[in-house]
Design a protein around this ligand. Sequence first.
Ligand code: NAP
Length: 265
Amino acid sequence: MIKVLVTGAAGRMGQESCRAVWRAQDMVLAGAVDTGRAGEKLGKVIGIEDIDITIYGDVETALKEVKPDIMVDFTNPDVVYRNVKLALENNVRPVVGTTGMSGEEINELRKLAEKNGLGGLVAPNFAIGALLMIKFAAMAAKYFPNVEIIELHHDQKMDAPSGTALKTAEAVAEVRGNLRQGLPTEYEKIEGVRGGEFEGMRIHSVRLPGYVAHQEVIFGGTGQTLTIRHDSISRESFMPGLLMGIRKVMDINELVYGLENLIFE
Ligand code: NAP
């Protein structure tokens, strides 16, 4: 049985993760951390009364007392690096869904995981459909180098663009390189209206209530466009990938960035 601790357990993704781990036959939900809900009963918070776990307010104490195999982190961009570092220092394998860590931070964590011989996963998106979207976008970029990305999320999301949009842009850039798109003399009448720039392509972030996580990758060619779209319409969409990630991380001894690197051949 894989012993799992969830940090950010009372948040939107954390609650869903606790329910998924609780239901998984090969896992034990061993502990939960959430700064805002310390001392409360997790079962009450997530609506499964059978769960007898009191929520910790501090990650380090939880890691030391629970001694899990895996720490699943769905907190926020300000605290995730520290949480993952603490996990690795305490011999616990991190499976991280929280977005917003920099490349340098991920590299530091990779080195620490290697030093301690621990597996780990940082996955900006656990939805298998979204990972396929990135794969298909990289395929299309070979034939359609002109592309713009529109990502749409709920309005409580802290970071922009989404980790998935960045990963898509990176995958496209790997195929087509840096390409200045559009009219060289274009100008913005409202600052930022053309979106953020990454290696010459534009990324647009929409934040509205009602959305969960959605993305369109639009390719433009001569006389045609190609749109690849993925929609996560509920947070359950992330759970099969999360459980797969947890199982895979038990069998590796390096920190991997992107679930696609563990599940696609
Ligand atoms: P959320 O609802 O705000 O949940 C975050 C929770 O973490 C809150 O309950 C927060 O408590 C708690 N928290 C903050 N600092 C903490 C700490 N140091 N230790 C333990 N708990 C802490 O956010 P969410 O919508 O679940 O999203 C969480 C992250 O997952 C975001 O970065 C989001 O972009 C990402 N995400 C990833 C995927 C994926 O597939 N990888 C999918 C969806 C979302 P307070 O409210 O008291 O601060």
